[in-house]
Design a protein. Structure first.
Length: 434
């Protein structure tokens, strides 16, 4: 090897080490520099040698910026599915996620087995209407393979102009052949919270995702339910909720808790450790609560479910949650790009890790898909037109329009189980008082 090439290797190595240490240490660079051992220096030298060979011998000319960005991409990609290098364009995409409005199909995804995988479709979106399900693997987007791409690269491909189409090729569990699904993109305006009263005295609050106004919307929903009835219980439905903002998960949990730990965060350093606790606002709902979850409940939804479960404030019902219990920190760079890095994990009040474990419900209720045609109910006297009403029988109400499955108690066995549990609880309470 010539002296000139050796000098070039040493020069590039020193520059790369300096850049790498600046990225890692930033303004906090101190005695930790000594922690970079000889093995690390040797590996960095190997990298620069490989980079020099590629620059000189690759079939087409490539610049060092492209190679270094590719190296950072590969380095971060080797860590976990949620860590990634964000180009300036992708960083802007990420910043728009929590605002509640964007152009796309409406799904939360992760990476499993090297492919983008649906965590859950967001309610009232094209993806939800097209029938995408938690666990669906997206193996192609517009006939291009998705193997090995990052989450944000997949998001970029999925998003687009309103009314444009995107073709997905899906592998679904128990389906032998891939499914081709064409979806028309729309402006996704996610409505975070919906509520109503079920069967006269059971409050129902549906949280579809955790956005900037979720806490205020939940408080408003509780006030509207309390104005309409004195609820015997409350159903907090977070099925297919992909998560969202941590601070909103903490504040929503605090609505229902007078005291106790909500969630703790633990990483490798003291600066990454934190613990959030509830405060007594003296207006917490006092009625029993059932939290509904399923395999599409992730991240912030799991924090709320775990907080209410561990503090004995709610019964969790449904199926085991997704298990996304890691914390990502976004570190911006001067050129407009950023590093999204997993830095810590979430733990429930009792110290249970959510990561890859999820929240196990107190009562397992598997979702039963309703029959395409409902069986005809038996006819009784009260069903006859013009029958003489029995004592206490109320005048018939006008029939409500059909609701989607997650709102329709007659077609949603999990919701029905939650409502029956709360009504049974209320009956037992009244018997004990009597």
């Amino acid at each position: 090897m010539s002296r000139f090439i050796r000098k070039k290797y040493v020069s590039v190595t020193l520059i790369f080490i300096a850049v790498l240490l600046f990225i890692i240490m930033g303004p906090h660079c101190d005695s930790r520099v000594g922690a970079v051992d000889n093995a690390t220096y040797k590996n960095l030298k190997l990298f620069t040698e490989a980079m020099d060979i590629v620059e000189r011998h690759y079939v087409e000319k490539v610049d060092s910026d492209t190679l270094i960005q590719g190296a950072i991409n590969g380095m971060v990609k080797s860590l976990d599915p949620h860590s990634s290098y964000l180009s300036p364009e992708l960083y802007k995409e990420l910043q728009s996620d929590t605002k509640g409005s964007f152009g796309g199909i409406g799904i939360e995804i992760t990476i499993q087995n090297d492919f983008p995988t649906v965590v859950s479709p967001i309610e009232d979106t094209p993806a939800y209407a097209a029938g995408l399900k938690a666990g669906d693997q997206i193996i192609r987007i517009d006939n291009k393979s998705t193997k090995g791409i990052s989450i944000l690269e997949a998001v970029k491909r999925l998003r687009g102009a309103e009314n444009s189409q995107v073709k997905l090729t899906i592998m679904r569990k128990d389906t032998p052949q891939p499914l081709n699904i064409s979806i028309t993109r729309a402006i996704i305006n996610v409505r975070s919270v919906k509520s109503r009263v079920i069967e006269e005295n059971v409050g129902y609050i549906r949280i579809a995702s955790f956005q900037e106004r979720t806490t205020e919307d939940v408080k408003k929903a509780i006030a509207e339910i309390s104005k309409a009835t004195t609820p015997c219980g409350l159903v907090l439905d977070m099925r297919n909720n992909p998560g969202g903002l941590l601070d909103q998960a903490v504040r929503v949990s605090d609505i229902f808790l007078k005291s106790g730990v909500i969630v703790s965060i633990s990483g490798r350093t003291k600066s990454q450790e934190n613990r959030f606790t509830a405060s007594n606002n003296r207006n917490e709902p006092s009625c029993p609560i059932v939290v509904l979850v399923n395999e599409g409940s992730a991240s912030a939804a799991e924090i709320v479910a775990g907080a209410l479960q561990d503090n004995g404030r709610a019964i969790v019902m449904g199926t085991q949650t997704f298990g996304k219990g890691s914390v990502q920190t976004v570190i911006p760079f001067e050129n407009g790009s950023a590093l999204k890095l997993t830095t810590a994990k979430y733990y429930t009040p009792k110290g249970r890790s959510i990561q890859a474990e999820g929240i196990l419900p107190d009562i397992i209720v598997e979702y039963a898909k309703p029959a395409e045609k409902e069986p005809e109910a038996p006819i009784r006297e009260k069903d006859l037109v013009g029958h003489i009403r029995g004592k206490g029988e109320k005048a018939p109400k006008s029939r409500e329009p059909a609701k989607r499955e997650f709102d329709n108690i007659d077609r949603d066995n999990q919701l029905k189980a939650a409502v029956n549990f709360l009504k049974g609880w209320d009956i037992m309470r009244k018997k004990q008082v009597g």
